[in-house]
Design a protein. Structure first.
Length: 244
């Protein structure tokens, strides 16, 4: 992925702290398209194109883990033509970008179900994950056909299937059964498009994340808008439930 030079500017404030793990709810593709007088498919194209800028941008800023909410378990309820367009676009993007991500040392992880996506998309995801598995740069989590409640329910089912005794269940043990088993909890959760919902995203992993809502629609969220999110994060005092 090649970054837009304007989008890759680091904050000029040396006191700004880069979060260890950033998660993003990428909202606003449809509204962006409507504002431009375009079809919703053009909005999704613009949204996927922004991934090029954002992944490079966050890596340059020192973020080690970036998780993107690409397609939720509820998104299947959208119009069939829109869903098919998203799936086809996802296949094309992953097939086209995985090689360059690998060359840039990015490790790709898929978070979510695989049984409902097409064989072509499943193959592309699995190949991208396998090819980049030993990379040591930015870890890019792609949450596709993902739902937080479903993830937690699935983890519980798997623990039961594995015969884990009730007395052996604690938070650390449970976390091993989540899709993010080798990833740290989220430090900063960003939602673009102005809403303040977490929309069933990483419910367990965002327990103590700082939340930042941006009015900027996803296709336009990069560069200075990331600076503002990081500046807001740096101004927070993270207590993790303790009195400081």
């Amino acid at each position: 992925m090649t970054a837009n030079p304007e989008a890759s500017k680091n904050s000029t404030n040396s006191d700004v702290t880069a979060p260890h793990h950033v998660a993003i709810i990428m909202d606003g593709n449809g509204r962006w398209a409507e504002a431009q007088g375009l079809d919703v498919s053009d909005g999704h194209n613009a949204g996927f194109e922004n991934l090029r800028r954002v992944v490079a941008d966050f890596a340059k800023r020192g973020v080690e883990y970036l998780t993107l909410y690409a397609f939720s378990t509820e998104n299947w309820d959208r119009p069939e033509s829109e869903v098919n367009g998203i799936l086809a676009l996802a296949i094309a993007v992953i097939a086209h970008e995985a090689q360059q991500l690998n060359e840039n040392g990015v490790r790709i992880k898929h978070l979510g179900r695989v049984d409902r996506i097409s064989p072509d998309l499943r193959d592309e995801l699995e190949q991208a994950v396998t090819t980049t598995a030993t990379n040591t740069g930015l870890t890019l989590g792609i949450a596709f056909d993902y739902g937080g409640r479903a993830e937690i329910a699935n983890a519980a089912k798997q623990m039961i299937a594995d015969g884990v005794a009730a007395n052996d269940v604690d938070e650390s043990k449970f976390a091993l059964y989540l899709y993010t088993t080798d990833m740290p909890d989220v430090d900063l959760l960003i939602r673009t498009g102005g809403d303040f919902r977490i929309s069933n995203f990483l419910l367990w992993q965002t327990a103590y994340a700082e939340f930042y809502s941006s009015e900027i629609l996803w296709p336009d969220f990069y560069g200075e808008h990331i600076d503002k999110a990081f500046e807001s994060f740096s101004d927070r005092q993270r207590r993790f439930g303790k009195r400081v």
